[in-house]
Design a protein around this ligand. Structure first.
Ligand code: GLU
Length: 512
């Protein structure tokens, strides 16, 4: 029987998680759910120079917010703990040493300046491969060129060294990828990558990644396309370590592209065009700079995940709205596209709108209530009032915060009036019409939307004026602008007293 599906998301805590990373994690999570498997979070923090404080906490909080749940990880534990590579330090060296013993890796003592010199010489000679490759290793200071007694003596004397993989010469390595299918690479294009460093006793990404995927019994590696060039090296490592039979299935996901389709979506695009590229707001501990987050921008986690899922995957057909449970049922690697997926900030808002309108007015009102509290906006009428505001506004908004921004008039009288609308629709007769309407409204026995509409239309007919000549000024008086939800509903919601008060105030303040 096939082994249980086990996938992992393995971020390096070098900063906030880009939405491309969240999408990778999401595909892993969906794949695990679809196959009844495990989804593991592993923190790849062996590069201490790139470590950023707070990044791991950020990553975990981002997943908690959006609802991607890991079965194992540093925050939940699990049978393969620890899940932080820095805490697994003692594990990796034996594998690097094993490779040296078997002639598949070697010690190298070259100092940084010697490596630099080598690179310069190769560049001057226009060598096809300027890295530490087969042609180069023969001229460098390593256990392949030095007598073994000297190697031993250097190590014993505490001289810093690295362990490099010995890449075979001119061999064709064929790797298969679930998205790219088969890829063939000649080993002459590869270099003898460092696997382990004595300076900090830590492995590099390549060794730690392969060893951990093996030890953690990972069956499928689903990761970003930027790791595709490393795949031949990883396949070689599996082969060298004798693990080729249990090598995971690989799938490299296409990039998320800028809105214009030209190149990878970057943090700068977000800053430039005003949309978030990170799940949560991130404050850079070094510069103090803050970058926007989807959570803070008001996105619902379900909408965020649905939007991300469709950036590169599609089950076929026209449908675009898939709640998480359905995504987990439908997801498959076969339907992940080969080419990059263009990010569309307007589409992201559309997804949020779609999820908002499907929520109950009560739920929206609860969100609105906490937002108003945060913003210090007071209101009367309690929860019932907010429920009715949401009912009236939900079709018109992309975010709950739109109500607090565009619909502030639900909570307080407008302080300013749209000058353009006034220029267009406020005539010298308007104040007297509006004053008469106040009298009319005051005499209405029931102050509800049908009764208000009926009264306003009757008034327009009697006065033989176009309904618009009173409707638009009324709206301006109540909200400050010429657009908004149904006027009768709005007036009924504000209540007779408030409506009359706002109309009187507007007629005093607005000069046509
Ligand atoms: N630590 C790597 C990263 O930051 C993981 C790549 C992989 O999934 O193998 O993306």
């Amino acid at each position: 029987m096939a082994s249980k599906v086990r996938v992992r998301f393995a971020p390096s805590p070098t900063g906030p998680l880009h939405i491309g990373g969240v999408r990778t994690a999401l595909y892993n999570y969906l794949f695990a759910r679809k196959h009844g498997g495990d989804c593991i979070l592993r923190i790849e923090d062996t590069d201490s120079q790139r470590f950023v404080p707070g990044a791991e906490e950020y990553i975990i909080e981002a997943f908690r917010w959006c609802g991607i749940v890991f079965s194992e990880g540093p925050h939940v534990g699990g049978p393969h703990a620890p899940y932080r590579q820095s805490e697994r330090k003692g594990i990796y060296r034996q594998y690097a040493e094993q490779l040296v013993r078997e002639g598949k890796a070697y010690y190298a003592f070259d100092r940084p300046e010697e490596l630099e010199q080598m690179r310069k010489e190769l560049e001057q000679a226009k060598a096809p491969n300027t890295s530490y490759c087969a042609a180069v290793r023969k001229k460098m200071k390593n256990s392949l060129t030095l007598p073994s007694a000297e190697v031993k003596q250097r190590i014993e004397a505490g001289e810093p060294y690295v362990i490099r993989i010995l890449i075979p010469e001119n061999e064709e390595i064929t790797v298969s990828d679930g998205i790219r299918k088969t890829i063939s690479v000649n080993t002459s294009t590869l270099d003898d990558k460092v696997l382990w460093k004595s300076s900090d006793g830590l492995p590099t990404y390549h060794l730690a990644n392969v060893v951990d995927d093996h030890l953690m019994e990972i069956t499928h590696v689903i990761r970003g396309e930027e790791w595709l060039p490393s795949l031949p090296l990883h396949v070689l490592l599996y082969r060298y370590l004798g693990w080729e039979d249990s090598m995971p299935f690989f799938a490299h996901l296409p990039l998320i592209l800028k809105p214009d389709g030209k190149g990878k979506l970057s943090k700068r695009d977000g800053d430039k065009f005003g949309f978030p590229v990170y799940p949560l707001e991130w404050k850079d501990p070094a510069t103090g700079e803050t970058a926007m987050g989807y959570r803070e921008a008001g996105y619902l986690p379900e909408a965020f995940l649905n939007m991300l899922a469709l950036l590169g995957w599609n089950p076929g057909g026209e449908r675009e709205l898939f709640p998480l449970d359905e995504l987990a049922e439908l997801f498959s690697i076969e339907h992940v596209g080969k080419s990059g997926a263009r990010f569309d900030p307007e589409k992201a808002k559309w997804f949020n709108h779609q999820y908002l309108i499907r929520k109950s007015n009560e739920e929206l009102a609860r969100m609105l209530m906490s937002l108003l509290e945060q913003k210090g906006i007071s209101y009367t009428g309690g929860m019932d009032y907010l429920i009715r505001v949401c009912e009236l506004m939900k079709e018109r908004i992309n975010f709950i915060k739109d109500i607090a921004e565009q619909g502030l008039y639900f909570f307080r009288a407008p302080e300013t009036y749209d000058a353009q609308a006034i220029a267009k629709r406020w005539s010298p007769d308007t104040p007297s019409f509006l004053n008469e309407i106040c009298g009319l409204l005051n005499s209405l026995p029931a102050f509800n939307s049908p009764a208000i509409h009926e009264a306003l239309h009757r008034y327009a007919e009697e006065r033989k004026i176009q309904a618009g000549l009173i409707m638009v000024p009324l709206r301006i008086a109540l909200t400050g602008s010429a657009t908004g939800p149904d006027l009768g509903e709005l007036m009924a919601l504000l209540g007779k007293e408030e409506v009359v008060k706002r109309i009187r105030r507007a007629t005093e303040q607005i000069k046509s």
